[in-house]
Write a protein that binds this ligand. Sequence first.
Ligand code: SAH
Length: 359
Amino acid sequence: MGLDGSTNQALLDAQLELWHSTFAYIKSMALKSALDLRIADAIHHHGGGATLPQIAARVTPHPSKTPHLRRLMRVLAATGVLSVQPHPPTGSGDDDEPMYTLTPMSRLLVGSRNLVPVTALVLHPTMVTPFFDLGKWLQREELPDPGIFKKAHGEALWERTSRDAAFDALINDGMVSDSRFIMDIAIEECAGAFRGIGYLVDVGGGLGAAAQAISRAFPDVKCSVLDFDHVVAKAPSGTKVRYVGGDMFESIPPVDAMFFKWVLHDWGRGVCHDTEELQKSYSSKRKGGKVIIMDIVIGAGPSDPRYKEMQALFDIYMMVVNGKERSEQEWKKIFFEAGFSDYKITPVLGVRSIIEVYP
Ligand code: SAH
């Protein structure tokens, strides 16, 4: 019995919970190593199931590292990245070796529409290291507040992308992989949001993967992408999508609908003002259109606690880069203060939702 009357088992269970949260970053780092070593690709190459020697032959030239790799594989299997069958089918060549197979999660890491780039972005040291300063930042008053990312790196996120081409590519490629994954689902689950639009601009649309998906699904919708000059300069050629370089706070092309995917959550402070500016710039050119947003609505979506936890984690992730995830009440306040008359939330994208906002 512990001092507070807890049983030993309850104390050990509590310690396990504490360790689970404490060591959660090792799960992330094991996943990052799997990406760096392209372990999922190695298994995919073997038809979806491979033994340790087969994986090792593809991922490390040093046999001395194979026993260490086995320990990493054990973590990947224990955390659901892979599954493991202790007895592989006979004739596979390594009869005593367990067989590792992909799970639904790691199947998202292979193939032409994989989520490796966006996962690698989240786990990149530039994105991870500012988290060490989170507690200190919460205790410190500094006006104007540079934000956690800028405090750690000396420049804000979009200052960094404009100067550092490799980091810019990391962000742009990450966004392309997310858009390729989620846009087909969004178009299938929420087609009504896009149907009947004459001309749409994807504001902060990066390399344009979302606009391309909309243009493919709705050939009558004319699509443009607005992003910084240095981003659109790297956009693919030969698509129907038009690319416009510029600052969205200065001007937005005249359109019927503005689309913001993973853009408004980048702006946590002064966003009412920012959104109002966007609205003014928009409505001064064309009346009667709408805004379509793809972002988190905290509290919307599946009631499974893992979705709720993910929304809370995303919000802190965005806090580090001066962004913010919003509840319906917070979105509503922004929309009405910016002069919009109504909105509709369609929570069919798991953690995220589609929000249509009407002038
Ligand atoms: N909508 C894309 C990219 C989201 S990342 C997607 O979800 O796939 C945010 C994007 O906003 C980046 O491409 C960034 O370059 C762009 N951005 C940030 N500030 C901007 C500004 N002031 N004007 C135009 N684009 C901006």
